[in-house]
Ligand binder design. Structure first.
Ligand code: ADE
Length: 224
């Protein structure tokens, strides 16, 4: 049994989910003039929705939860605030997943108060209904048991973070040296997915670059 409930998502599933999302938007009668993607997770679903819904206007808003030095900030915030006049426009706000809902709430409130569209609706491929503070107007999957969706656009980042988590947990048990195979095997065991050799290699390279691992004769020493 993996320690973290993780689903490896492939590109075809993303296209399929976004097609279904577009069908739900169309069936509702809502006709967006413009799509706003929440950066960074909403970029690819938003672009696919533009294609499926024949929407030509796409802008983005980046919402952050983390402050400097990885300190969590009390409230999520818009990283690059800017102004737009969306009066009279119908907006579809898009993210990949609605987990706690904090990003979407911040983006929605920002857009409504600063850009003043005529109407705004929210779409996400996944809605984690057990933890989310709000329900999106459109979604494809309702997720009741929390799960980490390993989307194709965060594969390198997630693999690096997952390795880092494994290393930092195991260092508490005095494990401070790894072979590449040990790292990969433990990754598969903890997360129950296999992202493939090219991603494992990229993640190890990143951990070496940012000083978390040191390579010596084919073995990796943990630096802390
Ligand atoms: N971003 C926020 N929550 C997430 C989740 N459960 N899976 C993937 N990406 C996320």
């Amino acid at each position: 049994m993996p320690r973290v409930n993780t689903k490896l998502v492939c590109w075809e599933e993303v296209v399929d989910w976004c097609r279904k999302l577009a069908e739900a938007v169309e069936a509702s009668g809502f006709k967006p003039d413009l799509i706003v993607s929440i950066a960074r997770g909403g970029y690819i679903p938003a672009r696919l929705l533009c294609d499926f819904l024949d929407v030509h206007d796409l802008v983005s808003l980046q919402v952050l939860h983390w402050g400097k030095a990885a300190e969590i900030t009390a409230v999520a915030h818009v990283k690059y605030p800017y102004d737009l006049n969306l009066s009279g426009k119908r907006v579809l706000l898009v993210d990949d997943i609605l987990d706690t809902g904090d990003s979407v709430i911040v983006a929605r409130d920002y857009i409504l108060s600063r850009w003043k569209p005529a109407e705004l609706k929210i779409a996400a491929m996944q809605w984690i209904s057990s933890v989310a503070k709000i329900k999106p107007d459109f979604y494809v999957e309702e997720v009741k048991d929390w799960i980490w969706y390993q989307y194709p656009w965060t594969r390198a980042e997630d693999t690096t973070n997952f390795f880092e988590k494994i290393i930092s947990e195991r260092v508490k048990e005095q494990k401070s040296e790894w072979s590449y195979e040990e790292l990969v095997n433990e990754f598969k065991e903890w997360y129950g997915i296999d992202v493939g050799d090219s991603y494992y290699k990229l993640a190890v390279k990143r951990l070496k670059k940012n000083g978390k691992l040191e390579e010596k004769e084919g073995r990796y020493r943990v630096r802390y």
